[in-house]
Design a protein around this ligand. Sequence first.
Ligand code: GAL
Length: 360
Amino acid sequence: MKAIKRGMIVLVLIVVSTLVVACGQDAASENEGTSSGDSDTSLKIGLSVVDLTLERWQHDRDIFIERAEELGAEVIVQSADGDADKQLSQIENMLSQNVDVLVIIAANSDALAPIVEQAKDQGVIVVAHDRLINNAEIDAYVSFDNEGVGEMQAQYLIDRVPQGKYFLLGGEPSDHTAHMFRQGQMNILQPLIDSGDIEVIGDQWADGYSGEQALSIIENALTANNNDIDAIVAPNDSTAGGAIQALEGQSLIGEILVTGQDADLAAVQRIAEGKQSMTVYKPIKEIATTSAEVAVRLAEGEELEADVTIDNGIKEVPFVQLTPISVDKDNLLEVIVEDEFHSYEDVYKNVPEDERPAKP
Ligand code: GAL
């Protein structure tokens, strides 16, 4: 686990109002393309997204573009569809289009060092968005307290099932954050595993956080254990969806606790219906807006500002670390609806009207 050092750089993000030049405001409704931005003189940002088929990243893209355009930048977006090689050639292409900044959501945290080197040779700023890029001269990392995400998931489960059989699902193995989630989960679970209160009956990782893989992993785990499982640690909502589909097949919905992360619409609907126990909401507005601001300001020659750093193997990278929030049925309305991440109608769509909480 990469060490996070606090207090190495204590600066504050300063909102430089002079940077705010309202330009095109087109919402990015397509998967890929170039946002309207400004004229030839505007700052060009390449946003390389790991996989736009996952709902999580669509939110990041839309909000990032909106904020970058407000700041006068133009954004080129591409989705690598979870393929690390495809991401490399897409980034190469962005460099040939003379982007000033690359904001990368890595498909593989260990595969990007050579392309980052090329970018740095061209004087391009590189920001790692949500997922760290290892062994590379990146300028900044903007993400959440990812170990904290894992701790929230495990804490939720042990508060309700302090003794029992746990199945551990992992995320994409080449994603650095997947390991931070696991680290956080183990911070909480290990003492109970050591005392014998919790038995880990399986540990498998789903490539690309694939819901389909999670479905078959949990189907097999249910069969192997005669359905005797008490809790499933799912790293995010796509894998939680697969796990819950497997439970549905055995009429076990609601009987086995399942965690998640991202507050995807399907997941918050499942929470409202009692099918998924919790999710971890990471305010996407905050990360996407911050990332756009960091990208523009670094390109304008400002110093980066972060209150912690993270070791990526070759340097202490300034880390803008945001705070996640644990969400279940009890605070769904307050956190998700009131933050306008999803609407009341969408969240409670599958809940009979007389069983819904009062609309705020
Ligand atoms: C992680 C990210 C999660 C989740 C997952 C699937 O890196 O932190 O929020 O979306 O990827 O792509």
